[in-house]
Design a binder for this molecule. Structure first.
Ligand SMILES: Nc1ncnc2c1ncn2[C@@H]1O[C@H](COP(=O)(O)OP(=O)(O)O)[C@@H](O)[C@H]1O
Ligand SMILES: O=C(O)C[C@@H](O)[C@H](O)C(=O)COP(=O)(O)O
Length: 336
């Protein structure tokens, strides 16, 4: 069944909007931050990671965002360009804002945390005037991430991009990507997340993220079916609820429900799972695949990334995913 219709005659496959940051991932794994001495630098930020993931899979991808006018900002733009991501709509901020940093602590493969430095960050300085109607019109899809809704003017820029997408039949993916640091309160988050989600075709989030959005509702059982149904009254065609190593569940407006399993992984760290899952899943949908096959691709991409040191640089190619799935099905890769 064809759940999404991507416009066939558009130049770009996906434009991502929002956060372009730096991840500093601990080199000394299995240690708390207090004892971690060295880090490796990567491009980071959820929408950046997803765009890199989709570009690695061969899709034509672009970005709308702001970077700081500093060497970190230039590192990000160079990296996107090296990965064939169009940066014509990435603006260098001149307000003195800085690049957002995420230091990761890997205490154990299952106990990871992220320490974010996000005061006066360039990505949240994105303005409505930075969002080009023409650029969005020429893309088959738009990806927004929840963090870009955290503050003005980035918040207004997201809503303008959503209006342009609706006007020009651009499919919108919403990765909820909740990061508490930049929000004032859970209530504020819920209100803006709900307003944005009403306009999106595909909503992807963890159970915790949907719980946050439902803070004014009565879904005490945290029931995925209830969550998904709500969105089909609006614009959504597909809702995906992720459950970490328990896998994921996808719902469609037509009433289908698909359970996605996971692939084995030699887990180094858990972050990066969601972004790689989104890249693989979106790739499948854009190929016109059925939802279970798209979920399988997302889950395989996630297993590859959580078995690697980075979230962005480790994004796999089609060949890597195919080979991973093949090896798992042959029993050559098993959970560590
Ligand atoms: N420990 C794990 N082993 C294998 N796959 C995993 C593991 N954790 C997550 N995944 C995969 O990554 C997907 C997204 O992970 P999840 O943790 O739910 O998202 P997020 O990283 O956004 O919190 C899962 O649906 C699953 O396919
Ligand atoms: O999103 C960030 O700013 C940090 C990411 O780059 C980081 O790699 C990460 O946390 C990925 O998150 P996930 O894919 O949602 O697990």
């Amino acid at each position: 069944m064809n759940h999404l219709t991507f416009h066939p005659n558009k130049k770009m496959d996906m434009i991502a909007l929002g956060r372009l940051c730096i991840d500093l991932n601990a080199n000394e794994i299995n240690r708390p931050m207090e004892e971690t001495m060295t880090f490796t630098k990567y491009v980071g930020g959820s929408p950046a990671n997803i765009a890199i993931g989709l570009a690695r899979l061969g899709r034509k991808t672009g970005f709308i965002g702001r970077v700081a006018d500093d060497p970190m900002g230039r590192f990000i733009v160079n990296y996107l360009e090296k990965n064939q991501i169009d940066t014509s709509n990435v603006i260098t901020d001149q307000s003195g804002a800085v690049t957002g940093l995420a230091f990761t602590e890997i205490k154990s493969p299952t106990d990871c945390s992220i320490l974010m430095y996000r005061d006066n960050v360039a990505d949240l300085k994105l303005e409505p005037k930075d969002v080009s109607e023409e650029y969005i019109k020429n893309s088959k899809s738009l990806l927004i991430s929840g963090t870009a809704l955290a503050k003005s003017p980035s918040r207004e820029a997201v809503f303008l991009a959503l209006d342009y997408a609706r006007k020009h039949e651009v499919i919108v993916f919403f990765d909820l990507d909740y990061r508490p640091y930049t929000w004032t309160s859970p209530e504020e988050t819920a209100i803006y997340y709900n307003l944005a989600a009403e306009k999106c075709d595909v909503i992807i989030g963890t159970r915790d993220e949907f719980d946050l959005m439902e803070c004014f509702e009565n879904n005490v059982a945290h029931d995925d079916d209830v969550t998904a149904k709500k969105w089909f009254k609006y614009h959504a065609k597909i809702v995906v609820i992720k459950h970490g190593k328990e896998g994921s569940i996808a719902y469609t407006k037509e009433g289908e429900r698909f359970e996605g399993t996971i692939f084995p992984a030699k887990v180094l760290k858990t972050f990066g799972a969601g972004d790689s899952y989104a890249a693989g899943f979106i790739y499948g949908l854009m190929n016109g695949w059925e939802i279970p096959r798209s979920m399988e691709y997302g889950a395989a991409a996630a297993s590859i990334v959580i078995s690697s040191h980075s979230s962005s640089d480790a994004m796999p190619t089609v060949e890597q995913i195919e080979s991973y799935i093949h090896k798992c099905k042959n029993g050559e890769i098993v959970t560590a």
